[in-house]
Write a protein that binds this ligand. Structure first.
Ligand code: AMP
Length: 249
């Protein structure tokens, strides 16, 4: 069983991003980039399925600039067997990524696509769902437990107020939530080994996909600064303020 894991190169979660002065986007010049954390969880889960003898191959795929290669090398250091870079300097929106992943699925015929539930840069939470729709495959989103056996996946999903367990036929798309697992660290020997693993480079044109953006961002702005707090001298004053000023009680 082959598992395809889409991994996105995003601004590292520790970086505090700044909106560009002209409001056209976020300034990512000279900021640290890393693998999207939910995709690290997806790689970890795929590698665990391989270690358990359920999967036979884990293929990582990333779409974007040439330096997404670094992200793919990290995926391979964490245990992916090989990877595919879909190289483009075009702005990629989730629908375009889903179309590219569809083309890769048609070529690679994976049984499971294990992707992150959302990318922490655009917070779209769309790509996995769109891919499932384009492929006409079942989907299980927000997975906190995944079991694969007998051509089916049993997935426990994190939903409002609890957990839901569903069974879906394969091939399918599964998207990872935070509590699915704790990803391992790449060891130095594995980082060295990853340098020799195969990395194939494709382009959207070679896959026959038009990646032109369908949505236009009109403006981006920093959230309003929080006003400073005030110290109250006793509970009575606090209640009076909550009642008369904040009007919340
Ligand atoms: P999003 O819909 O943008 O929140 O992304 C959800 C998931 O889709 C991510 O966690 C990745 O697994 C995958 N994905 C999104 N963009 C890319 C990309 N450019 N390359 C590879 N995978 C991606």
């Amino acid at each position: 069983m082959k598992i395809l894991v889409p991994v996105k190169r995003v601004v590292d979660y520790n970086v505090k991003v700044r909106v560009k002065a002209d409001g056209t986007g976020v300034d990512i010049a000279n900021v640290k980039m890393s693998m999207n954390p939910f995709d690290e969880i997806a790689i970890e889960e795929a590698v665990r399925l391989k270690e358990a003898g359920i999967a036979t191959e884990v293929v990582a795929v990333s779409a974007g600039l040439a330096n997404c290669q670094e992200t793919l090398r990290t995926a391979m250091a964490l245990g992916a067997d090989r990877s595919i870079l879909i190289e483009t300097d075009a702005e990629l929106q989730p629908l375009a990524v889903a179309k590219l992943l569809k083309a890769v699925c048609v070529k690679e015929q994976p049984q499971v696509v294990l992707c992150g539930k959302q990318a922490i840069d655009d917070d779209a939470n769309q790509t996995g769902q769109m891919l499932a729709a384009l492929m006409n495959w079942p989907q299980a989103t927000f997975a906190s437990k995944v079991m694969v056996a007998g051509g089916k996946a049993t997935v426990t999903r994190e939903i409002d107020g609890g957990l839901e367990t569903i069974e879906i036929g394969l091939p399918a798309v599964v998207t990872t939530d935070l509590r699915l697992n704790e990803p391992r660290y790449a060891t130095l020997p594995n980082i060295m080994k990853a340098k020799k693993k195969p990395l194939e480079t494709l382009t959207p044109a070679a896959l026959g996909v038009d990646v032109a953006p369908r949505l236009k961002a009109l403006k981006m702005a920093e959230p309003p600064k929080r006003a400073g707090g005030v110290l109250v001298k006793d509970v009575a004053e606090l209640i009076a303020k909550l009642k008369n000023e904040a009007k919340v009680i």
